[in-house]
Design a protein around this ligand. Structure first.
Ligand code: FUB
Ligand code: ZN
Length: 649
C-alpha cells in the first residue's frame, strides 16, 4: 500500500506535529531540540530510566504475550483484566518512536521491531486487531460492546503510535497495519456504516492525525462522525450513566465538562482537532466556553482534573477536595492535549498558562524523581493517618507504584515526556511563536534561534538569532499571566514594546547574532480559593510562576495540619539556584516563618460563639521555619503528610 503524505516535500519523514493553527504550524522534534533545563532533564530521565523500567514491566505483565499466544508463540490465557492492554504497547511505542535513533538506549529498537512484527502478525484478514477479542477463549465477541469494549480506543492508540513511528523514523510498516484496521472501521462505522461510536474517546484525535499524515479525507470525516454522534444516547451501560461516557448530550450542548475525566478530555481534544481542520467556528466557540468553565470551577490549583474516585469523575463545580482529589495522571495529559489544540486554534496565551500549570504540577507529580514509579491519582493533601488507599496505592505501596493492574498512566507519561519539544513553538514563513518557555534550539522557515532560560525557576528568557532570512520576521514570545514586571531588551537596549494579550511581539528584519531578552519577575504568589470552594475555605497556597508549592511534614517542625501561614511572612521573591530537576526538593524550596496552632482537645464540632467571648481558633503557640517545596516533587522522601493549602488561622 502506498501512503500519500501531506508532509514536507522531498523527505519521507514529516514534521513531528503537522497541525497548523492561528500562528502557524507546530514545530516538532525535527525542528526543536530541548536545551539544558527541567524539560530536558525529564526527557533524559524518561529515556534512561522510565523507558527501560516500562519495558520490563510490560514484559512482566504479559502485554506482548497476549499477541504471541494468538499466533502460537506462547501458551496460556490472556494476561491482565482489561480489554485495552494492547494500548500499553501502543503508547510505549509512540514514546519510543522518539528514541528510535538514539543508540544509547538498549532494547528500544528491539522492542519496536518485535512489537511491530507481532501486531502485524495478529492482524485479521479484515484488518481487525484486539488481542482480548481475537482469541478462541474470548469472553466477548468483537464489536459486541462498543460502550465498554475499548476496541476503537485501542485503534486510536495504534494509529498514534504508527504516525509517530513514521514521522520520527520514516518507518511506514505500522502505519500500513493501522490504516488496514482504520479501513475496516470506515466500512463498519463510516459515512455509510452504522452510526456508532466508542465508549472511550481517543480515536478522534488519532484519526485527525492520520488525516494530517496521509491526506486521506476519510479519516477526518470519520473523526467528525464520532464527535457528532456522541450525545445521541448510543452508549448504554448497566453501571455507568450516559454522563460517564460524555454521551448525555451532544458536545455542542454540554453545559460543563463532566463525567469520566479522561474520556471528557480526550473527546474535547479530538473535537478541537476536528474544529481546527474544518474551520468550524461554532463548535470551537463551544469548546472555548467549556474550557473556560472548567478553569473557572473544576480544575485543581495544580491543574488536576477529577475530584471523584467514584467513576473517576470530574465532579460538580467547586467540588475540589484536596485529600480525596482523584486528578488522574492521564486526565492531566488529556487536559494538556486539549489546551495545546485550543491554543493552536485560538492563539490564546492564557490557555497555555493552563497548559503549563498542568505540566509542572498535575502531570509532573505523576512520576517519581527517580523516574521508576507513578501516581495514578494525585491528591493535594495527605493526612497523617492516611489509610484509605486508592487503586494506585493498593498492594502495599503507600506512595507511587512501579506499575498498576490498570496501567494506563505510566506509558502515557512516557509518550508525553518524549513529545515535550513538540509543544513549544509554532512557525509559518514569516513568524516564529515561542509558546511554552524552555531552553531549546529551534529552526523555522524565517529564523533559527537558540532560547536560553532556567524557567520555571527563573523568568529570564534569552532568544539569540542563529540564522535570519532576508525580509522582516515576527517573533512572538508568550508572557504568562503570573509574571510580574517584564523588562525587554534588544541587543542590550531596553525596549518599551507593550505586552498585549499575553504576548510580546517583535516584528523586524533580524540579523544573525541579534539577542532579544525578556526578564520577567516571577514573584511568589499567595493564592486563595473561591468562596464556594468549601473544601479549602480559610486556607491559602504558595505558588511561584507555574509551580504550586506544598509543605511536607519533613520540612516543618510541627504537624502540617497545625501550621498557620501568615501571607505577610512569605517572601515576595524566590530565586532558587536551580536549572533543571533539583537533586533535593529543598534546593528549590521557599523558606517561610510559620506558627503552630495545635488543636489537641478540640471537639469535632463546637458551638459557635461571638469572637470576644471565645476565640474561634486557638492562639498560636510556637514559631518555626517551614520549607515549602515544589508540589511535583512531593512523596520522594518518604510517605510524609503533605498539604498544598495551609491554614490562615
Ligand atoms: O479506560 C481506559 C483507562 O482506564 C481510562 O482512561 C482510565 O481512567 C482508566 O479507567
Ligand atoms: Zn491513567
Amino acid at each position: 500500500m502506498t501512503i500519500t503524505s501531506t508532509n514536507d516535500a522531498g523527505t519521507r519523514r514529516g514534521p513531528a506535529v503537522a497541525a497548523t493553527g492561528r500562528y502557524g504550524r507546530g514545530l516538532g522534534r525535527q525542528h526543536v531540540t530541548l536545551g539544558d533545563g527541567l524539560l530536558s532533564d525529564w526527557q533524559l530521565r524518561n529515556a534512561e530510566v522510565t523507558v527501560p523500567h516500562t519495558l520490563e514491566q510490560l514484559s512482566r505483565a504479559g502485554n506482548l504475550h497476549n499477541f504471541r499466544r494468538l499466533i502460537g508463540e506462547a501458551d496460556g490465557p490472556y494476561r491482565g483484566r482489561y480489554a485495552f492492554l494492547d494500548t500499553d504497547i501502543y503508547k510505549t511505542l509512540e514514546g519510543l518512536a522518539y528514541l528510535a535513533d538514539d543508540q544509547r538506549q538498549p532494547g528500544v529498537q528491539e522492542f519496536i521491531t518485535e512489537s511491530i512484527r507481532l501486531i502485524g502478525a495478529v492482524q485479521a484478514q479484515d484488518g481487525y486487531i484486539g488481542t482480548f477479542y481475537q482469541a478462541t477463549d474470548r469472553t466477548k465477541e468483537p464489536w459486541s460492546d462498543l460502550t465498554w469494549g475499548h476496541e476503537l480506543y485501542n485503534l486510536g492508540h495504534l494509529i498514534q503510535a504508527a504516525v509517530a513511528l513514521r514521522r520520527q523514523s520514516g518507518d511506514d510498516t505500522l502505519l500500513e497495519v493501522a490504516v488496514r484496521f482504520a479501513d475496516l472501521v470506515w466500512q463498519r462505522y463510516g459515512e455509510d456504516g452504522e452510526p456508532r461510536y466508542c465508549g472511550h474517546p481517543e480515536i478522534e484525535m488519532a484519526l485527525v492525525e492520520l488525516f494530517r499524515e496521509t491526506g486521506d479525507e476519510r479519516w477526518l470525516c470519520q473523526a467528525e462522525l464520532f464527535v457528532e454522534r456522541r450525545g445521541s444516547g448510543g452508549l448504554v451501560h448497566s453501571i455507568f450513566p450516559a454522563e460517564y461516557f460524555a454521551d448525555h448530550v451532544p458536545l455542542r450542548e454540554m453545559e460543563s465538562v463532566t463525567g469520566h475525566a479522561v474520556r471528557m478530555m480526550y473527546l474535547a481534544a479530538g473535537a478541537t482537532d476536528v474544529a481546527l481542520e474544518r474551520g468550524d467556528a461554532g463548535i470551537l466557540a463551544e469548546l472555548e466556553r467549556l474550557f473556560d468553565d472548567m478553569v473557572a470551577g473544576k480544575l485543581y490549583l495544580t491543574g488536576g482534573l477529577g475530584s471523584r474516585h467514584t467513576d473517576e469523575a470530574i465532579g460538580d463545580r467547586f467540588e475540589l477536595p484536596s485529600d480525596r482529589a482523584y486528578a488522574e495522571t492521564c486526565a492531566a495529559i488529556g487536559a494538556m492535549q486539549w489546551a495545546w489544540r485550543l491554543f493552536l486554534a485560538t492563539g490564546r496565551s492564557d490557555v497555555l498558562d493552563v497548559f503549563e500549570r498542568v505540566l509542572y504540577n498535575a502531570y509532573a507529580v505523576g512520576i517519581s524523581a527517580d523516574g521508576a514509579a507513578f501516581f495514578y491519582d494525585n491528591p493535594l493533601q495527605r493526612r497523617p493517618d492516611h489509610s484509605q488507599r486508592s487503586g494506585a496505592e493498593s498492594g502495599g505501596e503507600v506512595l507511587r507504584r512501579s506499575w498498576f493492574g490498570c496501567p494506563c498512566c505510566p506509558p502515557n507519561v512516557i509518550r508525553w515526556m518524549a513529545e515535550l519539544q513538540d509543544h513549544l513553538a509554532l512557525a509559518d514563513d514569516h513568524s516564529l511563536t515561542l509558546a511554552v518557555l524552555a531552553s531549546a534550539t529551534i529552526s523555522s522557515p524565517a529564523l533559527d534561534v537558540t532560547v536560553q532560560t532556567a524557567y520555571p525557576w527563573d523568568g529570564t528568557v534569552t532568544v539569540t538569532v542563529d540564522r535570519a532570512g532576508d525580509g522582516p520576521a515576527l517573533v512572538r514570545v508568550r508572557v504568562p499571566a503570573w509574571s510580574g514586571a517584564v523588562k525587554i531588551t534588544l541587543n542590550g537596549v531596553e525596549q518599551s514594546t507593550p505586552i498585549v494579550d499575553g504576548w510580546l511581539v517583535v516584528n523586524r528584519t533580524w540579523l544573525a547574532g541579534d539577542v532579544l531578552q525578556l526578564t520577567m519577575q516571577l514573584p511568589v504568589r499567595i493564592m486563595e480559593p473561591h468562596p464556594h470552594l468549601d473544601a479549602v475555605r480559610g486556607t491559602v497556597a504558595v505558588t511561584c510562576g507555574p509551580l504550586v508549592y506544598c509543605l511536607e511534614q519533613c520540612d516543618v517542625g510541627f504537624g502540617v495540619d497545625d501550621v498557620v501561614l501568615d501571607p505577610a511572612a512569605v517572601p515576595g521573591d524566590h530565586h532558587p539556584q536551580v536549572n533543571g530537576q533539583p537533586e533535593d526538593p529543598v534546593d528549590a524550596g521557599i523558606a517561610v516563618p510559620v506558627t503552630s496552632a495545635p488543636t489537641a482537645g478540640r471537639e469535632l464540632y463546637t458551638e459557635f460563639r461571638i469572637a470576644d467571648e471565645s476565640p474561634a481558633t486557638d492562639p498560636p503557640t510556637a514559631r518555626t521555619r517551614a520549607i515549602f517545596t515544589p508540589y511535583f516533587l512531593w512523596g520522594n522522601r518518604g510517605a510524609h503528610p503533605m498539604r498544598v493549602w495551609l491554614r490562615l488561622s
